[in-house]
Design a protein around this ligand. Structure first.
Ligand code: CMC
Length: 428
């Protein structure tokens, strides 16, 4: 059935088509709105605006559903690995064994970074936020591999995707090593993606880090759960930058910058800081809840709430269970986990949170797992950026391959002064 929506404006009726997605989601196609009516829409924060159609990720925020290319996140978190999920997101289906092997070989081949690249790390102060280094270095990749600035065919794209996905992990580990003054550790071609990352983070030239399978699994899960989340702030940024036909590396570097903010990927750092403040006695869970409810406090309960999820974030459920498992395995009793659970209980019973449907999101428990693994707090958002890379690449490619894609260029309603004359400085 071809549905339409009628708009009456100044006694004239205009009709616009309704677009229906494969899961029954509906949108009014307003491509002709301005040319027919002279009107634009105003939608602060784009809460009601679909910027594209996409076949990558489906979310039903009311039911707490998240699927990559149709596959429920719970199944991927339990049965898959990050590299397989990356292939799924980027190429649209689960890979066959030979496709996965070929992609893994490409990742291994691309894990080292150019020797000259290492000198760039030395140019940053050791106190530099790793997210700044991450973004700058991803952009720098375009200088070292100019052949990938223009992607001629699928082969070149796959190589560029593998290069970015593999090197982003090496860059992250090197940024950490630089910040603590330890020597860079070369990637080990015998190790898989996540184990190799842990090796580059924690091995010493004289002491190989032993990767526990449970820890490798938990980190694989974290990366899988972060791998895509449709048109969030950083992904929309990647698409926005890519819409001008900027190259994949430049677009991904912009994504890292958008992710950095505390309302987005940076929330995982803030969650840990809030939990630590409670632990140190500066704050109680009850006080935290009260402050979050007080609009004059400027305080938010970090790791809670989501633009799309008005039910449990399915990623948070998986991570909560994983946090308990990892701490058990490592024999760690982390008081921050108890505080997080206490906060969750208090919030879920509180009318303010119930009315606004505010539940724990992906950032609420991920930090506790990363902390147990030994990843420092200032690297948490960097970990998110490694995880989100397949999503950014997939979304960039989907847009790049779309013959109808146009440069992203929103409009505005101007509310500044109307026309006025220039006044020479001596007369002001
Ligand atoms: N603590 C207290 N109040 C909150 C919170 C919170 N964490 N989140 C939302 N609210 C309130 C908000 O004040 C508003 O109240 P009212 O209707 O009385 O004005 C209502 O709930 C709706 O909030 P909103 O700001 O309109 O929601 P949004 O969709 O614009 O923002 C959000 C979503 C995630 C930015 C927000 O919930 C938030 O700031 N959460 C804390 C930061 C956080 O955890 N971010 C990570 C998000 S998940 C991973 C990611 O995307 O990176």
């Amino acid at each position: 059935m071809n549905e339409t929506v009628k708009l009456i404006y100044r006694d004239k009726t205009f009709e616009f088509p309704v677009v229906t997605g494969t899961e029954g989601e509906k949108a009014i196609d307003i491509t002709q709105l301005r040319s027919q009516t002279g009107l634009i829409t105003l939608d602060s924060g784009y809460g009601n605006t679909g910027a594209c159609t996409s076949a990558i990720t489906f979310i039903d925020g009311d039911k707490g559903i998240l699927r990559y290319r149709g596959i429920p996140i719970e199944q991927l978190a339990e049965k898959s690995r990050f590299v397989e999920v990356a292939w799924l997101l980027i190429f649209g289906r689960l890979p066959k064994q030979d496709e996965l092997d070929r992609f893994s070989r490409r990742l291994t081949a691309n894990a080292p970074i150019h020797e000259d690249f290492k000198y760039h790390f030395g140019g940053f102060p050791t106190s530099a936020p790793p997210m700044a280094i991450q973004s700058a270095m991803i952009n720098t990749l375009a200088c070292f591999h100019p052949q990938f600035i223009t992607l001629g065919d699928e082969e070149a794209f796959e190589e560029a995707a593998a290069r970015l996905l593999s090197k982003v992990r090496t860059i992250a580990a090197y940024a950490y090593r630089r910040s603590i003054g330890r020597p860079f550790i070369y990637p080990d071609p015998k190790l898989k993606y996540v184990a190799n990352f842990l090796h580059m983070m924690f091995s010493m030239p004289y002491d190989q880090y032993v990767v526990e399978p449970e820890i490798e699994h938990a980190l694989n899960q974290i990366l899988i759960l972060h791998a895509d989340h449709e048109q969030n702030c950083s992904t929309s940024t990647v698409r926005m930058v890519g819409s001008s036909r900027a190259n994949l590396f430049a677009s991904a570097a912009a994504g890292v910058c958008a992710l950095w903010g505390p309302l987005h990927g940076g929330a995982n750092v803030e969650v840990l800081e809030q939990l630590e403040a409670i632990h140190k006695g500066g704050l109680t869970p009850q006080k935290c809840i009260e402050m979050a409810k007080d609009k004059t406090s400027g305080f938010r309960l970090m790791g809670f709430g989501h633009r799309i999820y008005k039910n449990f974030d399915p990623r948070a459920k998986i991570l909560k269970a994983s946090a308990e498992k990892v701490l058990n395995k490592l024999g760690i009793k982390d008081p921050l986990l108890d505080i997080a659970m206490q906060l969750e209980q208090l919030a879920l019973k509180d009318q303010y949170f119930v009315d606004r449907k505010l539940y724990p999101n992906v950032d609420f428990y991920s930090g506790i797992i990363m902390r147990a693994i030994g990843i420092p707090v200032n690297m948490f958002t960097v970990m998110f950026s490694i995880g989100r890379m397949p999503g950014w690449i997939a979304q960039w490619k989907e847009q790049h391959d779309d013959p109808n894609a146009r440069i992203a260029r929103p409009r505005q309603i101007y509310v500044g002064p109307t026309v006025q004359d220039y006044v020479p400085i001596e007369n002001r």
